[in-house]
Design a protein around this ligand. Sequence first.
Ligand SMILES: [Zn+2]
Length: 197
Amino acid sequence: MGKVSIGLRGWRFDEDDVFTDAGGWRPLEEIPKEPRHRLVRLQVVMNKPCDACYLIHGEENKRQCRVASIVYGEPLDEVLLCDEHEADFLYWFRERGGSSIAGEETFRDAFHEWFDDGGRAPDGYGGMEHVEEAPEELPDLRDPEDLYEDDDLLADERPDFEDGEGNDDGDDADGDEDDAEGGDDDFDLDLDREYPT
Ligand SMILES: [Zn+2]
């Protein structure tokens, strides 16, 4: 059974879980829960700034952030990284206790704190071999909200680049758009309440 990354590197999927024998996407409801959650969460986290870049540049200078190309961690508690910062994350994960809290609610915050305190990988620290044959396109999910008991997966609390044009939901009835773009600068603290209990 082959493994692939989809959209972003890091999260890996069993091909049999997500593709039919003919090579098409399985219907979402046929995909096992864990990969399904990741797949849905990818809809939100693609094309977002790298967490580490965002910690450096902040909301005011977020245009200087690189777009994330790698995702680690659990859906809603995921860490997004660019190529430059992946080594820092892997160093924290392997050498600074990150792996011991994998899957816990404190996972992302702990990495953010370490990085924000100046934690970095030593020069030349080795990265990770990634699978190459990653499809760049996500499946075209039809109304994933209808399938989801857990709306939080689609919660878009992440900072976004200004020029994203895909956000024009117009008269979307959920009314959350202002909150998402609004004034809460505290990225870390704001995320806390999104964690499942
Ligand atoms: Zn970065």
